[in-house]
Write a protein that binds this ligand. Structure first.
Ligand code: B4P
Length: 213
């Protein structure tokens, strides 16, 4: 991943403050499996003209194409475990390069660990907002059962939720400390969730100003 090795990762705010960047601002969409991260990002792309980088989608694409990255990621995806950071960072870096002229980039499913968040602070682009979708467990389980993707079987979902609690939830505190975190009720109609998210993005100056519904 192309990063400035001399930069010390402290907090997202500290990094943001000392950097004047022309790279697209980043918005991190957080939430447990099935909370609607991918659904909301697709809607926000339509409304605000921002780019969408989903590490889950990108990894699944590599698996389908049977690329070297896909062969390394496949077993992790099938078991519901997190893919090793190095591999995820390769995927993210390629995607960020592709979208370097976008008015903003939504990061869906990345970072998923505090370690990944530290790496993110070393990129040229800065995080302007971290939005956490809040959805009760029963709703998550129902949505994933209805979706029925290969990694949505109940035993694998259980494991993904455990990993979320252990590895990803601490990120909420990390972004809260930096003043970047907002919680958004994700247990509503998708269009209502989008309206709230779009307002938050516009408040921090991310995306083109189009209609919000
Ligand atoms: P992801 O692809 O990120 O999958 P997800 O968290 O399950 O989905 P999401 O929250 O986006 O839910 P969605 O909108 O689809 O991760 C899959 C795997 O990739 C991980 O387990 C891991 O192995 C790997 N991975 C990814 N990133 C990684 C990283 N950074 N580090 C390491 N490993 C990584 O919504 C789910 C369902 O709910 C859909 O059917 C949707 O239609 C429905 N829905 C959504 N919003 C709704 C609403 N408001 N009302 C009703 N239904 C709704």
């Amino acid at each position: 991943m192309s990063m400035a090795p001399s930069m010390t990762a402290t907090s997202p705010t500290a990094t943001t403050a000392r950097r004047v960047s022309v790279a697209p601002p980043l918005v991190v969409i957080l939430g447990p499996p099935g909370s609607g991260k991918g659904t909301q990002c697709e809607r926000l792309v339509e409304i605000l003209g921002v780019a969408h980088v989903s590490t889950g989608d990108a990894l699944r694409r590599e698996v389908r194409r049977d690329t070297p990255q896909g062969r390394r990621a496949g077993a992790y995806l099938r078991s519901g475990a997190l893919v090793p950071d190095g591999l995820v960072l390769e995927v993210v870096n390629e995607a960020l390069q592709r979208h370097r002229h976008a008015p903003g980039i939504l990061l869906d499913g990345f970072p998923r660990t505090v370690g990944q968040a530290h790496r993110l602070t070393q990129l040229e682009s800065a995080v302007r907002l971290a939005a956490a979708l809040v959805v009760p467990p029963a709703t998550l389980l129902r949505r994933l059962a209805e979706r029925g993707r290969a990694d949505d079987q109940s035993e694998i979902v259980h494991r993904r939720l455990v990993y979320y609690q252990r590895d990803t939830r601490p990120l909420l505190e990390w972004y809260a400390e930096s003043g970047l975190l907002v919680h958004v009720d994700g247990n509503r109609a998708a269009s209502e969730v989008t309206t709230v998210l779009a307002r938050h993005l516009q408040r921090v100056g991310v995306g083109a100003h189009r209609a919000t519904t």
